[in-house]
Write a protein of this length. Structure first.
Length: 144
């Protein structure tokens, strides 16, 4: 190998640190995305303002395609009870908080069966919906 000049060495150092810079930038982006993902995965179901509204709107469309065959958003009974005021009732159903009770009702409906109804709500939503979709549904139920 011919002796390397100072220029070559400098170029090599620069290209190595350049590569590190790229790796570092990629890591920062990944980290930023991971953090953003975390925040998005755990929305506050009691969020108000635009955040809460957006969650409730997403929840409404999830509701319309998964729930309203059996539930009305009023107080009339379909296969299951009407959901008007369900968030307020939820807090008194069991020892759970309203959010916890609604989450349980969606994921594990037979854990508590509302008086006068058959335990026919499908127990599949815990796997067919994501945690975030369930949070959105709860945000929507809260508005009924
Ligand atoms: C096949 C019919 C059916 C579907 C579909 C269904 N449910 Fe139900 N649901 C019921 C019945 C029946 C009950 C009452 C018996 C019970 O508590 O399991 C009920 C109970 C509930 C309760 C408890 C209500 C209360 O007053 O305590 C909640 C909350 C609920 N459902 C939410 C949902 C949501 C959200 C969806 C859609 C993701 C959904 N259900 C889809 C039939 C259904």
């Amino acid at each position: 190998m011919p002796p390397t000049g100072k220029k070559d060495v400098m170029r090599r150092i620069r290209s190595v640190s350049g590569r590190h810079r790229v790796v570092f930038a990629a890591l920062s982006v990944t980290l930023a995305l991971a953090c953003a993902g975390d925040a998005a995965d755990a929305p506050d179901v009691r969020a108000t303002g635009e955040l809460g509204l957006a969650a409730a709107q997403r929840g409404e469309s999830i509701y319309n395609s998964n729930c309203n065959a059996c539930h009305s958003t009023g107080s009339d009974t379909r296969v299951g009870p009407g959901h008007a005021g369900v968030f307020q009732r939820a807090a008194g159903r069991t020892g759970l908080s309203a959010e916890e009770y609604l989450r349980q009702s969606i994921i594990d409906p037979s854990a508590f069966v509302v008086d006068g109804f058959a335990p026919v709500m499908p127990a599949t939503f815990g796997s067919s919906l994501t945690d975030r979709e369930i949070d959105d549904l709860i945000a929507y139920l809260r508005t009924l």
